[in-house]
Design a protein. Structure first.
Length: 550
């Protein structure tokens, strides 16, 4: 496809980037740490951490993993925590040691956690005390041999740490758990501090992350992302975004999500201060926290921006220093974008991507006069896109087709899933996204629909097959089909169509059952009982017919 988007790049934006500018993520961070050593890199619960301190602490953790645990290169280490100072420390320490990170949602149920730990083969986990009880339920059924538990306030200075721990104790926020042999993160750092870490040679093609996703179809799989993939994507966004460095950025999106993780690395490359928000679902508390600050940028998704706008305390926030409002993870609704611009004077800048693309594919340059136009921006430098029909042939200009993408940020494949890899990636490196799109005359990509049945709830991927498996396990259910339906609060919500086996089965029965096995955002928001499910002439359940039925 002719790259007409290049004609609409801002002045001085390059057509290509050097994906090998840095050999690894630690090398990219080292450049930032050397340049901005005394600047504040992170802030959490009002406590700052400089780039120099982050560098030292992540060295300590790398040393513990290497010298204290004797881990070999390529060992998978799971991270299961909300946005805390400990996350970047552990993340960079793992990568500096030449190991592989697998991020875990700290809200996962025991079943979901077990599935990821078993599939990834993670031998070590760093887990928040808030999620330790969940790990305790399934640890014996996983390959995890070493558990490192971190309290919410572990890296906060005294007396702030005591205050945070006192509040958590008062609220009974930490469920009791039994994890024999577990070590605290503070102990691990103290052990690692006794000797410097080794500096293994890390190559661009070495694995950095097993980032779990449903991919273009089906159940969750580990996307194999290399150091080169992430370095390239940070460089691609830097080249097109037209951001300027310095100042603070509010980071409420969870860092275990690939978009937030990529943005954190990007902000570090600019020497910015990332203000980590541990619980953005508490909108009142979130607004109270950022109302005390003057910040240059904020990142979020449609549901978060909408919740902020609808909160009575929104007017308390000082937006006088705001220049960038970045959105990703889910489509931004036009009404939300319009209201945000009216209230703050700053447009929402939207992009598009997938876990498999590390994750950004398109982005809207931050230029004067930018208005929300419903597109997801321009393809990044060094990014090829192509729109294909069902036969894999490129469609005519202006026509809709499945979006295929190719570039240095495309994953290596899916972990232990060669057949899924072959379905998603072509022999010549194209990734089939499963999304239907069109290209405008000014080179912008507009998403139209998606071929896959994935449901997007507040920016999180939800896969019907997983929920159907759970619901079908209820003894009162005969058949079930799950679809996504529009929802003003979350973008989409999960709806289950159920054929009863037990005529007395109620909606409350099913929801209660699902809550034992599914994270809240995956639990069906509504249940529709039917006598039968619509099927094709070969017996396949027609989810599209159910979506249209609504």
């Amino acid at each position: 496809m002719k790259p007409i988007w290049l004609d609409h790049y801002p002045p001085n934006a390059p057509e290509t980037i050097d994906p090998d500018r840095f050999p690894s993520i630690p090398a990219m961070f080292a450049e930032a740490a050397g340049r901005y050593r005394d600047r504040v890199a992170l802030s959490s619960f009002g406590a700052p951490m400089t780039y120099g301190a982050l560098d030292r602490l992540s060295d300590d953790f790398a040393s513990y993993l290497q010298n204290g645990l004797g881990l070999r290169a390529g060992t998978r280490v799971a991270l299961m925590m909300p946005n805390l100072l400990q996350y970047p420390v552990a993340l960079l320490g793992i990568l500096k040691a030449g190991l592989v990170v697998t991020n875990v949602n700290p809200l996962y149920t025991a079943r979901e956690l077990k599935s990821q730990l078993v599939d990834s083969g993670a031998e070590v986990i760093v887990v928040s005390s808030l999620a330790a009880a969940t790990l305790a339920e399934v640890r014996a059924q996983t390959p995890v041999g070493t558990v490192i538990v971190t309290g919410i306030g572990d890296l906060l200075p005294l007396p702030r740490r005591w205050l945070v721990e006192l509040v958590l104790k008062f609220r009974k926020a930490v469920p009791p758990y039994d994890l024999p042999g577990a070590r605290s993160l503070r102990e691990a750092l103290a052990i690692g501090r006794k000797q410097p870490p080794c500096r293994p040679r890390i190559l661009g093609d070495d694995l950095a992350f097993l980032q779990y996703t449903g991919g273009t179809t089906g159940r969750a799989k580990g996307a194999m992302l290399t150091h080169r993939n992430l370095v390239a994507n940070v460089e691609q966004v830097r080249a097109l975004a037209c951001l300027t460095g310095g100042g603070s950025v509010i980071v409420p999106l969870p860092l275990y999500h690939i978009f937030a993780l990529n943005m954190l690395l990007l902000f570090m490359s600019y020497g910015m201060t990332s203000v980590l928000i541990a619980n953005p679902r508490d909108i009142k508390g979130f607004i109270r926290t950022i109302a005390r600050l003057k910040f240059r940028a904020i990142m979020g998704i449609n549901t978060l921006y909408n919740a902020m706008l609808n909160h009575p305390d929104f007017g308390r926030i000082d937006f006088s220093g705001l220049r960038y409002a970045i959105a990703g993870g889910a489509s931004t609704q036009e009404a939300v974008a319009r209201r945000w611009r009216e209230r703050t004077g700053v447009p929402i800048i939207e992009g598009y991507g997938l876990t498999e693309t590390s994750p950004v594919v398109t982005f809207s340059p931050v230029v004067d006069g930018h208005e929300f136009d419903g597109s997801v921006g321009l393809p990044l430098p060094s990014m090829e896109i192509s729109l294909r029909d069902d036969l894999g042939e490129e469609v005519a200009p202006g026509k809709e087709g499945e979006l295929w993408v190719r570039g240095p940020n495309i994953m290596r494949g899916y972990w232990n899933a060669p057949e899924e890899t072959d379905r998603a990636l072509t022999a010549d490196g194209w990734l089939k996204t499963g999304d239907i799109a069109r290209l405008t005359d000014n080179g912008r990509v507009v998403l139209v629909d998606r071929k896959k049945d994935m449901i997007l709830v507040s920016g999180f991927n939800v896969y019907p097959a997983e929920i159907e498996d759970v619901v079908a396990g209820h003894p009162g259910v005969s058949e079930v089909a799950v679809v996504g339906v529009p929802d003003k609060a979350t973008g989409e919500a999960v709806r289950a169509f159920v054929v009863r086996k037990d005529p007395n089965l109620t909606e409350e029965d099913i929801v209660k059952y699902c809550r034992q096995f599914l994270t809240a955002y995956k639990t069906p928001r509504s249940i529709v009982f039917r006598d039968a499910l619509p099927r094709s002439n070969v017996g396949k359940v027609l989810r599209r017919a159910l979506r249209e039925e609504g």
